[in-house]
Design a protein around this ligand. Structure first.
Ligand SMILES: C[S@@+](CC[C@H](N)C(=O)[O-])C[C@H]1O[C@@H](n2cnc3c(N)ncnc32)[C@H](O)[C@@H]1O
Length: 382
């Protein structure tokens, strides 16, 4: 059984993009699974296939293989091998072991939290392979949890559930991140429990010192905990009361009495702080993805610009703005244009301190731009 694609689908795979949409599939099997993809008689790739969804073909190997399952599991073994040095050096840390397309394992995410793994599968073909995934993880972890409650699964016709695949899964674990420790709710947190893609950016922010810092869209105190090591007072803002309870617990865990939390809608709060004349030495903005799809870009651009503009206005002269976007559709050029426009509207000059992105465990494939989603930049406001 094989998948036949049209010339447009073939061109994508030949350019080493991993995806072919259903409209470019000429014929294929009825049942989701792993199949070879052909253009006429020409073999193109092995792919995860689901005929019932728009994103029907997700390639994972561009050469032939006798056993498609073994070839996919080989990619998994290679992904784990790429993280081995980090896990060896830092077993109590948090790392992404599998970053889906970025590791040629489309639709599979595996996060590591101090000896425990959380798996999220959003492509149909993984469903029957989860026991093998758990087995591959066994040498690295004490437990594996399938946190298969992401809405994206519904598009694939998959059920939503959270259940252990291996070992005894604790409710929470303590993760070490540089000089800070934080708690992760494996079963109930956002995403797989934490935002590991910002790990190195959070560590980077430890170098700054000052009086007052503001961490907006803080989740469980992500940046705030690191900033509290160098600032007299840090305020962590989020709209989720649950996340902020965790932030407070994390502050106590680290003996940081200078971290205060504030439950608020960031858009309203930033305006209010400005009105009240509050000023800060440093502001972090790490909003959720405002642009989920291409059609949202214009609206998202305005939302990003609004929070950046407000944050710039709150900064003292010489203050630091650290700003992020995790929307793929908000491309790097758009992101920097947006910050520049916000600075212009605020009549302030911004000096680039650092331009950053994703850490090594969230790899980017140059030919598959969707793997590059995180922008993180630090500016000094003059
Ligand atoms: C990308 S996460 C932040 C991750 C965090 N900086 C870290 O390092 O762990 C985005 C956060 O924004 C919060 N959020 C979403 N919309 C919000 C809003 N309008 N105002 C304030 N917080 C919001 C979410 O609850 C979530 O915790």
């Amino acid at each position: 059984m094989r998948i036949q694609v049209n010339a447009k689908g073939a061109a994508r795979l030949l350019s080493r993009h991993l995806w072919v949409f259903r409209r470019d599939v000429v014929s294929g099997p009825e049942i989701p699974g792993l199949y070879p993809v052909y253009w006429g008689r020409r073999f193109l790739a092995l792919a995860l296939y689901n005929p019932h969804t728009d994103l029907a073909v997700r390639a994972y190997r561009f050469g032939p293989a006798e056993d498609p399952v073994a070839a996919l599991l080989e990619n998994l073994a290679q992904a784990l091998a790429r993280r081995e040095a980090a896990l060896h050096q830092d077993p109590e840390g948090g790392y992404r072991l599998v970053h889906a397309e970025g590791d040629l394992l489309p639709g599979l995410v595996v996060d590591y939290y101090a000896g425990h793994a959380v798996v999220q599968a959003t492509a149909h073909a993984w469903e029957g392979l989860l026991p093998q995934v758990a087995e591959a993880l066994r040498p690295y972890v004490q437990s594996v949890l399938a946190k298969n409650d992401a809405r994206a699964r519904e598009l694939e016709g998959l059920p939503l559930y959270v259940r252990p695949l291996l070992g005894e899964v604790p409710e929470r674990v303590q993760v070490q991140e540089g000089r800070v420790r934080y708690l992760v709710d494996l079963k109930a947190g956002q995403k797989t429990g934490a935002y590991l893609d910002q790990r190195e950016n959070r560590l980077y922010m430890e170098r700054f010192r000052g009086e007052r810092a503001l961490d907006v869209f803080s989740y469980a105190g992500g940046f705030a905990l690191h900033l509290a090591l160098g600032f007299r007072e840090v305020v962590a803002v989020d709209s989720s009361a649950e996340a902020l309870r965790r932030a407070e617990e994390n502050a106590r865990l680290n003996g940081l009495g200078n971290l205060r939390v504030l439950e608020a809608n960031a858009f309203d709060l930033l305006r209010r702080l400005e009105r009240e004349g509050e000023r800060f030495d440093l502001v972090v903005l790490d909003p959720p993805a405002f642009a989920k799809g291409k059609k949202d870009v214009e609206r998202a651009y305005r939302a990003y610009k609004e929070v950046n503009l407000r944050a710039i206005k709150l900064l003292k002269e010489g203050g630091i703005l650290a700003t992020a976007s995790c929307s793929y559709h908000m491309t790097e050029p758009l992101f920097y244009a947006m910050v520049a426009e916000a600075a212009q509207d605020a009549h302030r000059l911004l000096r680039v301190v650092e331009k950053r992105g994703q850490p090594f465990d969230h790899p980017v494939l140059l030919n598959h731009p969707e793997t590059h989603y995180l922008k993180f930049a630090v500016f000094q406001v003059l």
